[in-house]
Write a new protein. Sequence first.
Length: 128
Amino acid sequence: MRWNILIALFAAALALLQLGADALIYFNPDHNGSTFGDVLFDAVALIALLLSYPLLRARNWARVTLLVTLAVCGVGVALLVPFSFIANHWIYTRLAIGFQGASTVCVLILFVTLLLHPDVRRAFTQTV
């Protein structure tokens, strides 16, 4: 299986999805500005989008860079969710924040696990 193509398409699709969602929020006339989470996810999405071509070309440094970026994003989410949870008073908002944070961490763990899989590492370290 061509893991580099799958990883590159997955990274580009998630990055475009995040940047597109943020563009919709940005052009909303009632938005109140960017929050820490928006800036964090947009930075990670931009890095993933820039790395999609080197990932497609099976460059190992791009895989490692994306792995480190996703790990830093995971730390940011782990710090952001409890703060947002405490800052809101409504139980339904707290439940939504907790669910969104847990699902984001699950996607990050899934992607990091995929990048660390032996078959993926082998596909990125082969010389053509």
